[in-house]
Design a protein around this ligand. Structure first.
Ligand code: ACO
Length: 349
């Protein structure tokens, strides 16, 4: 049975650097507050019109495909993880298929927020193990800057997020012990509303309870967003920061330990842990709880902020480019985020 390995990796971040001090022109915040609570010094924001979640993904994908030593026409399937798609529908996967002039292959979009890339990798891994596909393009990309509340009201969320994309080509390999060893996925919807963007959605559109009445009762032009929704900031992400922190610091170590136990390995065997770059304080807490040395954990949130589904492939790509991931290394990817959803992937590079 084939297993799957990362054959090529690429990333792309926009040129536009936005420092903590830059944010002070829009909201009441400070460099000290942001660095102390999140570790973030700067993040990148995409060009308002010329760069989208898809265009950034395409740039990252081109690099990953080239490094895998194949052409875009040899990709068998696309899996695209994002919470900030170009369009409400269709998803970004088909836009990548079009931009890279790929064959009429399948394209699947995944909506698992910060865990999106680990979920996507896990799905791709299953397709490869069954022998259905040989080369799968797995992407995480986000353009958060288009939809954050840059007023003081939204400062606890908006200072955290940045834009960027990362991509890998997952390939079949027959080499025993190489590639993805296992993946582990979880969810608990009990706290779904603690880290969420409530609208546009169908939940609050109460008039749709009666489909006949709905079209008569719905005020014109008010199908998706009412003034009340906008006044309550329901078109912006909401986060109960302390609640997310408390859950994340339990679930991250748990799901990393689950992957190690499954493979008969220990934390001392990990060469590099790449946690989803949620918040530097969360990563440090996880490191401490697992007793990992500094050189066993990779963080780059300081320079890119939290790029949600893109954070793991961007960090993995940087670590690989810096020579911190070498052949034979045991690499652990772990994520936690909105849903709540969380997951891990253990791989032998
Ligand atoms: N600048 C200045 N002051 C701020 C800012 C800001 N950007 N944001 C909030 N504050 C203020 C608040 O208004 C509040 O003021 P008050 O005491 O006068 O009411 C004070 O700082 C404390 O606010 P809290 O929201 O309680 O801040 P907290 O200390 O919890 O820190 C943080 C917020 C950093 C988000 C923290 O809760 C945290 O680390 N949470 C983990 C969640 C996380 O990192 N999520 C990342 C995205 S989700 C994911 O990827 C899983």
């Amino acid at each position: 049975m084939p297993t799957s390995k990362i054959g090529g990796i690429g990333s792309y971040v926009p040129e536009n650097k936005v420092t903590n001090n830059d944010l002070k022109q829009f909201m009441d915040t400070s460099d000290e507050w942001i660095q102390e609570r999140t570790g973030i010094k700067e993040r990148r924001y995409a060009h308002r019109t010329n760069e989208t979640t898809t265009t950034m993904a395409v740039e990252a994908a081109k690099i990953a495909i080239e490094r895998a030593g194949i052409t875009a026409q040899e990709i068998d399937f696309i899996i695209f993880a994002t919470l900030s798609p170009d369009y409400y529908f269709p998803g970004c996967g088909v836009l990548v298929q079009r931009a890279l002039q790929m064959k009429e292959i399948g394209a699947l979009d995944i909506r698992n927020q910060c865990s999106g890339f680990v979920y996507a990798l896990s799905v791709a891994d299953q397709f490869i193990k069954t022998g259905m596909y040989k080369n799968i393009l797995v992407i995480g990309s986000e353009k958060h800057s288009f939809g954050l509340d840059f007023s003081t009201r939204g400062r606890n969320v908006s200072v955290i997020f940045g834009d960027g994309a990362g991509a890998v080509v997952l390939q079949a390999t027959e080499k025993a012990g190489q590639g993805i060893l296992s993946t582990h996925l979880h969810s608990d919807g009990q706290s779904a509303e603690l880290l969420a963007m409530y609208n546009p959605g169908t939940h609050a559109n109460h008039w749709v309870t009666n489909p006949v009445a709905s079209y008569n009762e719905a005020p014109a032009g008010d199908m998706f967003m009412s003034k009340e929704m906008i006044d309550k900031a329901e078109n912006f992400p909401f986060m109960d920061g302390p609640a997310v922190f408390k859950k994340a610091i339990v679930k991250f170590p748990e799901v990393i330990q689950e992957a190690l136990t499954k493979n008969g390995l220990a934390t001392s065997d990990i060469d590099l842990l790449i946690p989803h770059q949620a918040n530097l304080r969360i990563s440090q807490f996880v490191q401490q709880k697992l007793g990992l040395r500094d050189d066993q954990v990779f963080n780059n949130i300081q320079h890119y902020g939290n790029t949600t589904a893109a954070s793991i492939p961007i960090a993995l790509c940087q670590a690989w480019e810096e020579g911190k991931v070498k052949e034979g290394d045991l690499v652990c990817l772990a994520a936690f985020g909105s849903g709540f959803t969380w997951g891990s992937a253990l791989l032998r590079w």
